[in-house]
Design a protein around this ligand. Sequence first.
Ligand code: FA5
Length: 335
Amino acid sequence: MKIIKELTQEIFKQLDSINDLSELESFRIKYLGKKGVITSYLKELKNLSLEERKLLGSQLNELKERLEVILKQKEREILFKEEDKDLGIDITLPGKKREVGNLHPLTQVIEELCEIFFRLGFEIVTGPEIESDYYNFTALNIPEWHPARDMQATFYLKNGALLRTHTSPIQIRAMLERTPPLRIIAPGKVYRCDADIRHSPMFHQLEGLMVDEDVSFSDLKGILIYFAQEIFGEKVKVRFRPSYFPFTEPSLEMDIGCVICDTKGCRVCGESGWLEILGAGMVHPEVFKAVNYDTSRWQGFAFGLGIERIAMIKYEIEDIRLFFENHFLFLTSFK
Ligand code: FA5
């Protein structure tokens, strides 16, 4: 028993200092080989009494089995270490964090808006960014001579087409493709010669249109207030102002209380305390005429939201240009 105890200690002491596979193999042969120490002791058992044989035999076999398991573990450890050395890896270094990307803040706002209006039964549609004069202006009751064409400085293409100045032409396309009643929203890029901290030559709008037999101006106001509270929270300050659009009558513009200065006035809201986020109104009978909708039966409202303005208020961003300069730190702060 004393010999087994000493042998066990000796074996484990030696194991600690083994660092490569050839040393490990010599060690295995020394103790477990045909002429190894443990094997020899096992062979000697036959010279002992039955009682001693039983006791020592089970102890020796247990040590042998334990050692076989430990040797396998040690072999795996040595192999891993050698692999790491080959690859030049320091296994003590902390693991690498995998960066996960995020959607652009404007995409996030567009998705949130679509979800809000989708819940209200609006269908999501799209239209082309290169438009004809007819859909962008004429069908929307903006004839060639109309001063409203100056309201939106337009990028014209050589072939007479233009980059749409608003998402309102999608109203016309959607009404021509469908029969009323209908509810659509249409997010997309629009283009105007306009650039400062609140205006960008390319920006995003979301158009909304609802046509039915019994649609009123108060439905429009109710939906706009609902959307503002959903996106900015219930405490949001909202203001409606009378306005003019050739394709709606009556028309309004909606402002949101500037969250950056709490309506006290700052650089972002042009010192007014408010930020204009949308234009809206009841669909003009001339627009219904352009799509052959019976004006004695159908009424409707339409609105056009400025997506960047909404994102600026929501995320308290002072300069619209940040959305398009693609600074990595700016974009990744919207995770
Ligand atoms: C229009 O574009 C109308 N088509 C909106 C409309 C639709 C009215 C349906 C009635 C019925 P306006 O030019 O005001 O309207 O633009 C709408 C919103 O787009 C503005 O309230 C503002 O939030 C945003 N916007 C306008 N110009 C810019 C710009 N250059 N950069 C960023 N956002 C802008």
